[in-house]
Design a protein. Structure first.
Length: 94
């Protein structure tokens, strides 16, 4: 069963470690709200699954995601497509 994990807080090593233990190959991670700061925090994705960053949230925070290691999700409509492509959605606020 695929799950989309929505991360909405800055990414810490604890979050990376916790998710590493539960992510499966069919899961995805989408960085939203303050989690988009990871677009400039990491040179490569810390997650072993498809990981996206929501560009409108980057723009709101003045972050350039041009060279970030994540798939760029250009709009809220595209975010909905990510949600619909998974069987479950979980907001990770740890």
């Amino acid at each position: 069963m695929s799950c989309l994990y929505l991360l909405n807080r800055p990414i810490t090593q604890n979050i990376v470690a916790e998710l590493a233990g539960i992510l499966s190959d069919t899961d995805s991670v989408l960085l939203i709200e303050d989690a988009v700061y990871a677009a400039v925090q990491f040179e490569q994705s810390p997650f072993s699954v498809t990981t996206g960053v929501l560009l409108p949230d980057c723009q709101t925070r003045g972050i350039s995601a041009h060279n970030c290691p994540f798939e760029k999700v250009p709009s809220y409509d595209e975010m909905i497509k990510w949600v619909l492509a998974h069987e479950k959605t979980l907001t990770w606020s740890s």
